[in-house]
Design a protein around this ligand. Structure first.
Ligand SMILES: C=C(O[C@@H]1C=C(C(=O)O)C=C[C@H]1O)C(=O)O
Length: 289
């Protein structure tokens, strides 16, 4: 039987601004060409990253922690994350005028989200005695608020909605809640959105070992954080957000280190999610090197 070529890992990456530092080596020469021998990167929404790991279309992905309980055989790669210590800016719960956290009955949530939509339900059930019905919709604030008490926006659409509010007063009469700050106020913990996660089975035939994978992802993140100037310039041309805001977002709002505080926060999230019936009971498996 002919020996099989070791396979490239098929990567599902998130197409928002926030993972840009994590993806630095996958997008910039000369590392990009070297990594292309072992990784095949495609871009999609957070929810579809999770779905592609579930169907086997992808081997490695930036996976919302809210989706991990539904992905058997998938483990988090230690080292990197997408998290926030307090204000995240790009996760906004917007309440129609007159609506409060305790009186939300219907929520329109961006279909791209799997973590933030779970966080909102966990926080409402745990701390505000509210359990609204949730409809998943495309990220369109006017349409969402026309038919629901509240709207959840994530990622670049949330950043753009905050810009429109501050620049043009759009929906300025609504209550805007930064979901990471809200989580921090209720629990005292960081807010963790996503981890790099891998189908452990895929590593058996891959050209990359578990240790090499963790090292590649860490090296890419560290290079990204060392080249924030490049990222601010590149993204300033892609998204209608001022360069200074992009810089603050990448260096202060979003944090990329999966440290013990983040692991404690993930544990607390899953505990509250299970006790409120938002997610099944779950412990995050970490890939061992
Ligand atoms: C910080 C963010 O976190 C994102 C939100 C996610 C979710 O709600 O499922 C998943 C991945 C992250 O990219 C953001 O997109 O604003």
């Amino acid at each position: 039987m002919p020996l099989q070529e070791p396979a490239r890992l098929r990567v599902a990456a998130i197409d928002f601004l926030n993972p840009a530092p994590l993806l630095y080596h996958f997008e910039h020469s000369p590392a990009r060409e070297q990594l292309a021998a072992r990784y095949d990167v495609r871009y999609t929404s957070p929810a579809l990253c999770a779905q592609q790991l579930s169907t086997g279309e992808a081997d490695l992905g930036l996976v919302p922690i809210g989706a991990m309980p539904f992905l058997p055989g998938v483990a988090a790669v230690p080292g990197c994350t997408i998290a926030s210590l307090r204000q995240v800016r790009s996760i906004q719960l917007v309440l129609r005028p007159g609506v409060t956290l305790g009186t939300i009955q219907t929520l329109a949530a961006d279909a791209a989200s799997r973590s933030s939509v779970a966080y909102v339900q966990v926080l409402l059930r745990s701390f505000h005695k509210a359990a609204p019905t949730v409809a998943t919709e495309t990220a369109d604030l006017p349409a969402m608020l026309a038919t629901h008490d509240a709207a959840l926006l994530i990622g670049d659409p949330a950043l753009l909605a905050v810009e429109a509010r501050d620049r043009d007063g759009a929906f300025a009469d609504c209550t805007w809640i930064d979901v990471a700050s809200w989580w921090h106020d209720c629990t005292g913990l960081p807010w963790v959105a996503a981890v790099w996660a891998v189908r452990t089975e895929a590593l058996r035939t891959a050209a990359t070992s578990a240790a090499q994978l963790a090292d590649d992802l860490l090296a890419s993140r560290d290079a990204g954080l060392a080249h924030v100037d490049d990222l601010v310039r590149e993204w300033g041309e892609r998204i209608a957000v001022p360069p200074a805001t992009i810089r603050t977002y990448l260096t202060a709002n979003i944090r990329y280190d999966l440290n013990s505080a983040c692991l404690d926060a993930i544990h607390r999230f899953y505990t509250l999610a299970a006790s409120t019936g938002v997610l099944p009971a779950y412990t995050l498996p970490l890939l061992s090197r």
